[in-house]
Design a protein. Structure first.
Lengths: 379, 379
């Protein structure tokens, strides 16, 4: 982004102030209103919920609210920029939650990056919320934080960088495979990035039937002979890379059908794309600068190219997923977002594109059918 | 409250669901909107706030937001009914914050009652908020929790049960003294209840110039010879009860000018009131059932009677205070609510009643001037 655009954007945020606010859903115009909705009336609701906490989902903010929570340890492509750096993103997600799915989300950024502390804090504040959207928490902490919260809370918890990304990637890839006329299960898939997104994408693609996935971190392909892997990457190495490819991206991508980038700017070179199988698919999703620019990827031979950006075709964006997932979970009182739900959501998203083409593999962010279709997939 | 009213109220809450929601303050109708307010535009705001966290007060929800936080340990007059019991009250306060003062407040009830844990959780979530309204946390924990948070956070923190109550009581008492034509500084004042509210009321009345206050807990008057007092009550005993009255309410209230009840239903008997000095003042603020009913107090000789209820004259209610306090603090970027602020707020409230009478010592909850006057007192 050039300096002038940045200055204009900053000026717009400063002029705007907050991008969301609260709104009263009842009138407080007379004494009667105060007596009903505040004291003494509220005492009746309090006594009821003390005895029947499960009814908070029916008669309080818990009915329709989601906390959008981050520790600021992995914000967009910007890295560990702390809670204040994370705040505009979380507020933006809260805005999208309301605008797209009428979910009342509130941004909560945390002044801690210790996973045990994050778990403790989220558990402590959970009673007021109907769902927890974790966001921009770095791997590997994000795995433990999400796992424990899913186990220990009775409201839905989803780390969007993992599962939102995985769902939208799977949706796009199902349609891209159709465009290039290849069987999804036989695709040779390379994933660049073994963090939160890469890990979840690999697992969901496997669950959807993919059989040949190679994941790379900065040191090269994940495989079971590597001794420098943490427990999460070790697990990933055990379920991926069936041909035990060693080396780096050049080795992994040779004759691959699909490249999925959740890594960084410029990671994918033209010669890499040129070495892929015919009719290749490139999802270059690093934000704001993709692993390769679409034009370059196409020139090097890719048939279907997608990015995370709104100024190119095929925008693979989590915003297609998270509003619908929580809309569905809140409406149906669902307490866990299962693997089955994620697969159904991806298929539902894919199905919205009636005739996929190289420049249209995924519905548009502005497509009003998206939230409904994803919400319907949650059971 | 009779069973039929309770049933109707419960039905209304169930039908209503949430009483507050979020609202978008910007449009998200086209791709341009997404590019500006979400990705990639939001990255500019994030990088800026990472470098200049102080600007979160200008360009995020922090500008206008307050967390209304409770552990549910002392909810209204209902006692320790936990986070779900507290939720309707906190949501009601969030509703009043918006309706009265355009403050974006979100209710957060905590699944812990450990003071160290409460401090830890509130500190962790503080970056997203412009202020912290603590509520319905039992004494003595509330004292330590508030003290530490005031010290350790750079946003205003106020325990409303303490200071909201103290401010509105002082306002009412300044006017009540005028009605009975007594000098405020010479009033003999009895406070029934040595919890959060009683302690703060005693301290603020002293700061306002009162010289003769006796505070009672369930065991009787606080005085320096008692050996069963915790550190907070001991401190209170040292600054009150100059005549070293021992015994119970009967002993304390003899010839007193003022009774302030923040204790429980029926604590004050007609014979107690009859033993007070001529032209006495009774604030019976236990909720929903006061220490004595207004009619009974008047019959026994009280000249000015106030309660916490909206169905009697002179409603002494915190809702006259907290919206304006935080409105003022947010507008002026004030990070501490000082004793001086509380005194100014009380005087400002009192002044709104041009000619105090026995049935009009405090402005009405519906009086639109209240928030502005209190906010103006915050500097």
């Amino acid at each position: 982004m050039d300096t002038k655009s940045s200055k204009n954007i900053l000026a717009a945020f400063k002029k705007q102030g907050a991008r969301i606010e609260t709104k009263a859903r009842v009138k407080l115009s007379g004494k009667k209103d105060f007596s009903l909705w505040y004291t003494p009336g509220v005492g009746v609701a309090s006594l009821h919920l003390a005895a029947h906490p499960e009814d908070a989902r029916k008669m309080s903010v818990k009915k329709n609210s989601v906390a959008v929570i981050s520790d600021g340890s992995a914000v967009l492509g910007l890295g560990n920029i702390g809670p204040y750096g994370a705040l505009p993103v979380m507020e933006g997600k809260a805005l999208i939650f309301k605008a797209k799915a009428n979910v009342d989300a509130w941004p909560i950024v945390l002044d801690t990056q210790d996973p045990e502390e994050i778990i403790r804090v989220v558990k402590a504040i959970a009673p007021s919320f109907g769902g927890i959207n974790l966001e921009d928490i770095a791997a590997p902490n994000c795995f433990e934080v999400e796992k424990r919260l899913v186990e220990e809370l009775t409201i839905p918890v989803m780390h969007d960088d993992q599962h939102g990304t995985a769902i939208v990637v799977l949706a796009g890839l199902l349609n891209a495979a159709k465009v290039v006329k290849k069987n999804f299960k036989n695709l040779k898939i390379v994933i660049s990035g073994a963090g939160a997104a890469g890990t979840a994408v690999a697992k969901l693609l496997l669950a959807a039937g993919a059989t040949d996935i190679i994941v790379l971190d900065r040191a090269g392909t994940l495989h079971t002979d590597r001794e420098d892997l943490n427990v999460y990457k070790k697990e990933l190495a055990m379920i991926t890379n069936p041909r035990m490819i060693t080396g780096g991206l050049a080795e992994a991508i040779e004759k691959a059908d699909v490249f999925i980038g959740v890594s960084g700017k410029g990671v994918l070179k033209a010669e890499h794309v040129a070495s892929m199988a015919p009719r290749s698919i490139v999802f270059a999703m690093a934000n704001p600068d993709p692993e390769i620019l679409p034009d370059e990827a196409k020139k090097a031979g890719a048939e279907v190219v997608a990015t995370g950006r709104s100024d190119f075709p095929n925008q693979i964006n989590n915003a297609l997923v998270f509003p619908g997932i929580f809309r569905g979970a809140l409406d149906k009182g669902v307490s866990k977002i299962t693997e089955e739900t994620k697969l159904r959501a991806a298929r539902a998203l894919a199905t919205l594109v009636a005739k996929p083409t190289a420049v249209k593999i995924i519905p548009d962010l502005l497509d009003a059918r998206v939230v409904k279709a994803v919400a319907k997939a949650v059971r």
